[in-house]
Design a binder for this molecule. Structure first.
Ligand code: MG
Length: 301
């Protein structure tokens, strides 16, 4: 099941993608009271999720009563599925082997060395950008703007001290994040926080695909394109530290609240991996695509 946050006539609401993949049904039309995606994730019951899924599969939105509530996907503005996350996004650094190699080649003192444990950092977000939105280039302070397509886990219920074998019970679904990065800021400060957290640096979407539609662990094609040129092309099965490892490890000491986003790191093929590097510039279009989730497409300005 694919859940979208969309905007129509200045109203933002959650809607479900219909079986035809062209129309959406607002969850309010199905009698669900959740005002936004954060509330839905935290409060929706398993029974409600099951009923929604059945309704999509059976095409039961296409009867006369509910079909008047259907909206064309092309008639709404698609927002980030979680436009205002409750907390910073938790991110993994250097979590695919080939990306580790290209990063170390670019700047060994910043990205090289042994890593027996995952690198965790966080990414601030005032407002996530939906597909079709703008990546702000901040060209007054950024000279090396880069993209990173990432599978992102959406936690479905508060998770504390979770065993690896139970980790996927806490996954609500998956989305795509472009972990936009200012390499000069990322490497000139000791920590990555500033260079990852500028306004407009968190494109997310186009939707959340619920975990029942994706295998555990996910084995999905992941790629990115800049102005149509294929840059990253890999599989989410190649993560160094997998999702169960991360949920288990972090939850030993911190509660991962419902709605928490964990961006699992990016494969090889980012701009700094090329010689010379291929930085983003104003006017460029970046597409991040993951099988079963969709395409997150943004323009740099
Ligand atoms: Mg990243």
């Amino acid at each position: 099941m694919k859940l979208f946050t969309v905007k129509k006539e200045e109203k933002e609401f959650v809607a479900l993608l219909n079986k035809d993949e062209q129309t959406l049904i607002p969850i309010a039309a199905l009698g669900l009271p959740y005002k936004d995606m954060n509330q839905l994730i935290a409060e929706i019951t398993q029974e409600e999720l099951f009923l929604l899924k059945e309704a999509v599969l059976n095409g039961s939105f296409n009867n006369e009563e509910t079909s008047k509530n259907l909206l064309l996907l092309s008639d709404v503005i698609v927002c980030a599925p979680i436009p205002k996350p409750n907390q910073d996004v938790i991110c993994l650094g250097i979590n695919y082997m080939a990306h580790a190699a290209e990063s170390a080649r670019y700047k060994a003192e910043a990205f090289g060395g042994e890593r027996p444990y995952p690198i965790y950092f966080s990414k601030r977000v005032n407002k996530a950008v939906g597909t079709g939105g703008v990546i702000t280039s901040h060209s007054d302070i950024v000279d090396s703007l880069d993209y990173e397509a990432e599978l992102t886990v959406v936690i479905g219920k508060d998770a504390f001290q979770i065993k690896k074998e139970d980790a996927y019970d806490y996954v609500f679904g998956y989305t795509i994040i472009n972990d936009v990065s200012a390499r000069n800021l990322q490497t000139q400060h000791k920590q990555w926080y500033f260079g990852k957290s500028l306004d407009g640096f968190l494109p997310m979407g186009p939707c959340i695909t619920t975990s029942d539609e994706i295998s555990s662990p996910p084995n999905l094609k992941i790629c990115s394109r800049v102005n149509g040129e294929l840059r990253q092309n890999s599989s989410t099965s190649l993560l160094i530290f997998d999702i169960a490892h991360v949920i288990h490890e972090l939850s030993q000491g911190m509660t991962l609240k419902a709605g928490t986003l964990i961006a699992m790191g990016t494969p090889a093929g980012v701009g700094m991996g090329f010689q010379p590097p291929k930085w983003l510039k104003s006017g460029d279009t970046v597409e991040c695509e993951i099988e079963k989730i969709g395409i997150l497409k943004n323009t740099v300005k």
